[in-house]
Design a protein around this ligand. Structure first.
Ligand code: IMP
Length: 190
């Protein structure tokens, strides 16, 4: 069966494809012109909205995620606005570092909600993953995407951007959300 991956973000797409590689689903990409506006005010609402809308438009099972960075000292910002915090990764990182310039509390978390919709738009599965860490004062590392170079995981003493993809996948918010979701997804078309 076909599973449409409802993301236009190449960084997220690469990670999602890696998680889904071993499943008995034929992965296809969402048509580029199909843009779903993220009008929800929670990660769950936006993930479900994207999955449902793309499923209805394509007539296929669809997987979507919504994710972002929540910084404690900023009351959870940028949160669902993480992708819209600036026009490029560099701009978004610089804005966040500026807003945190006089803050000693650097605690933060990445959150990811993954949702899977049936061809009729009904949500079949949903799962959330959280990864706690700290925001550095300047970027470190060249891997990953988005806010990875400033997100430091104390247990590993590395930023997400300094980790191998395998290490990031094993501890990240997206990794954890998929870890719960995959066994359930495997039962759908087995
Ligand atoms: P959305 O889920 O498409 O709304 O985008 C979430 C945004 O959060 C991305 O554009 C990134 O800026 C950020 N983000 C989500 N997950 C990650 C991650 O694993 N690393 C770095 N940034 C991320």
């Amino acid at each position: 069966m076909k599973l449409v991956v409802a993301t236009g973000n190449p960084g997220k797409l690469k990670e999602m494809q890696a998680y889904l590689a071993d499943l008995h689903w034929e992965l296809t990409l969402k048509p580029q012109e199909l843009e779903i506006e993220e009008t929800g005010d929670t990660f769950a609402a936006n993930a479900c909205l994207k999955a449902s809308q793309v499923a209805l438009a394509t007539g296929n099972w669809t997987i979507a995620d919504d994710s972002g960075l929540q910084v404690d000292a900023l009351g959870g910002a940028p949160g669902v606005y993480s992708a819209r915090y600036g026009n490029s990764d560099t701009e978004r990182i610089n804005r966040l570092l500026q807003e945190l310039a006089d803050k000693s509390d650097r605690q933060a978390q990445f959150v990811c909600v993954v949702a899977i919709a049936r061809p009729d738009g009904e949500i079949a599965l949903q799962s959330e993953g959280v990864c706690r860490g700290e925001i550095l004062y300047s970027p470190r590392g060249n891997g990953g995407f988005g806010y990875d170079p400033i997100f430091f995981v104390p247990e590993k003493q590395l930023t997400f951007a300094e980790m191998t993809p395998e290490l990031k996948h094993s501890i990240s918010h997206r990794g954890k959300a998929f870890e719960t979701l995959l066994p359930q997804l495997a039962t759908i078309n087995s």
